[in-house]
Each structure stands twice: as structure tokens, then as C-alpha cells.
Ligand binder design. Structure first.
Ligand code: ADP
Ligand code: MG
Length: 260
């Protein structure tokens, strides 16, 4: 049965989309069947995987608001083993439209239960807020992966996210766990990055991934070519580290499995 991982942090620009796209593609490269769900109205993960939003008749909006069947909205990407449920700007209205609907927090969870068994991993790229879209992702998810940018104030705002996770655990999804904390955009030339890593490790301990994503210009170029880093520039440092991360995610899952 597929593991559902929400990639969440209400701060913008911390590497949620870059990590969702590239972790998904690297898991797919390692022969896992992967579905990416874009629930950010900006649709950056959708275009980053080469999907032309203008060509879409339906997107995740129709699944959440119009009860469209998730299967009908899934699109194959150019990456082998990787499918996506895209987001278009239409999704911008969903946050408000969902407020008055029945069981508004569990709509994503219900919608993807029918496709869960077709995949090894389902990753959800969350928007930069703690609104209903992110709540839907956390309610649908088995675990949450938190990207944290290696910069001053890295931990700022995380207590709000952790508080939201606690509330979801209490009221909507008692099984939700933290998948891991991913340090992103490390600039190896400065001491600051090292200090931030120490600080985040003090707080999250063994939840912090050994793979730390460096600042890498190829990672920021890849989306404009509609490709994940593993196909755009497989020899780049960015590709190497996202592949290491994918291996860590798989190994961690197997360790948890052994304990059960
Ligand atoms: P979020 O989804 O959290 O808003 P993004 O993944 O879109 O963050 O990243 C914000 C910006 O930083 C994007 O322009 C992206 O291309 C760039 N970026 C993200 N990770 C890296 C990295 N490791 N190296 C260089 N640029 C990066
Ligand atoms: Mg994003």
C-alpha cells in the first residue's frame, strides 16, 4: 500500500516544491511507482514536471470541490514511474469554496483512497500556508516531510507548523507522523549554514535527514525546462543528493516496517 507523504512548511521559498518534484522523480528512478499531487494553486510542481497547465481540463480542484474521480485527473509525466495530479490557478478558489462544504478537511483523503494501492509513494506538494489545503494534505498523509532552509530564523514559524500537526493528530488523523526534516539550500561557503544545521538537529534530533540539499544552480534551472534534476542534469550535485535522500526515505520506511 502506498505511503502518503505531505511536504509542508507554511513559509514560502524553503524548497517544498523543489523537494517534492525531485524526491518524487528520484523515488521513481529507483523503480518505485510514484504519484505527485500538486495542491499549491501556483502549480509550480505541475509546470516543473513539464505539464502544460493550459492544456488541463481538470485538476486537483475538481477532485477537492467537484468530487471528480482522482483516477480521471491523473496525468503521466515524461519520467518513467511518475504520475501527477496537477494544479492550476483554478485551485486558488478552493480554499474559500471548501469552507462551506461537508467534511471539508477529509476530501483529499477520501478522494485518493481509491488510487493509494496503485503506488509505492504519493507525495503532496503543499502551498505556503496552514489553510484548508494544507490541512487536507496532513489529514490524507501518513507522514509529513518538513523542508527547512539553511538560513537565519530557520526554526522561526516551525512551532506554528508543529502545532497544526498536533491539532491534526488530535482531531483528524491520529496516525500522522513526522517523516523527516530536510535541510535545504545549504551554502557550504558560510559558517551560518553549519550553525543552522546544529540548531535544527538539537531540536529534531534523528528526524533530520543526513542528506542536506546544497544550493545548486542546476536545481533552480531544471523547472524552466520542465524536468526534474535527475533527467535534466543527472551528474549535478543536486541530483546526487536528492537521490541519496530518496534512498534514505526508502531505508527509513523499511526500518519502521521491521519494528512493527
Ligand atoms: P517553496 O515551494 O517552499 O516555495 P521552492 O522549491 O519553489 O520553494 O524554492 C524557491 C526557489 O528557490 C525556487 O526558485 C527554486 O528554484 C529555488 N531553489 C530551491 N531549492 C534550491 C537549491 N537547493 N538550490 C538552488 N535553488 C533552489
Ligand atoms: Mg512551492
Amino acid at each position: 500500500m502506498g505511503k502518503i507523504i505531505a511536504v509542508a512548511n507554511q513559509k514560502g521559498g524553503v524548497g517544498k516544491t523543489t523537494s517534492s518534484v525531485n524526491l518524487s522523480a528520484c523515488l521513481a528512478y529507483l523503480d518505485k511507482k510514484v504519484l505527485m499531487i500538486d495542491i499549491d494553486p501556483q502549480g509550480n510542481a505541475t509546470s516543473g514536471l513539464g505539464i502544460n497547465k493550459a492544456d488541463m481540463d481538470q485538476c486537483i480542484y475538481n477532485v477537492l470541490v467537484d468530487d471528480a474521480d482522482a483516477t480521471d485527473v491523473i496525468v503521466h509525466t515524461d519520467v518513467n514511474n511518475l504520475d501527477i495530479i496537477p494544479a492550476t490557478i483554478q485551485l486558488a478558489g478552493a480554499e474559500i469554496e471548501l469552507v462551506s462544504t461537508i467534511s471539508r478537511e477529509v476530501r483529499l483523503s477520501k478522494a485518493i483512497s481509491s488510487v493509494k494501492n496503485n503506488y509505492d509513494y504519493i507525495l503532496i506538494d503543499c502551498p505556503p500556508s496552514l489553510g484548508l489545503l494544507t490541512i487536507n494534505a496532513l489529514t490524507a498523509a501518513d507522514t509529513v516531510l518538513i523542508p527547512v532552509q539553511c538560513e537565519y530564523y530557520a526554526l522561526e514559524g516551525l512551532s506554528q507548523l508543529l502545532n497544526t500537526i498536533r491539532l491534526v493528530q488530535k482531531h483528524l488523523n491520529t496516525e500522522l507522523m513526522i517523516e523527516g526534516v530536510l535541510l535545504t539550500m545549504l551554502d557550504a561557503r558560510t559558517n551560518l549554514g553549519i550553525q543552522v544545521i546544529e540548531e535544527v538537529k538539537k531540536y529534531f534530533r534523528d528526524k533530520v535527514y543526513k542528506s542536506v540539499i546544497p544550493r545548486n544552480v542546476r536545481l533552480s534551472e531544471a523547472p524552466s525546462h520542465g524536468q526534474p534534476i535527475i533527467t535534466y542534469d543527472p551528474k549535478s550535485r543536486g541530483a546526487e543528493v536528492y537521490l541519496d535522500l530518496a534512498k534514505e526515505v526508502i531505508a527509513n520506511g523499511e526500518r519502521v516496517g521491521e519494528r512493527n
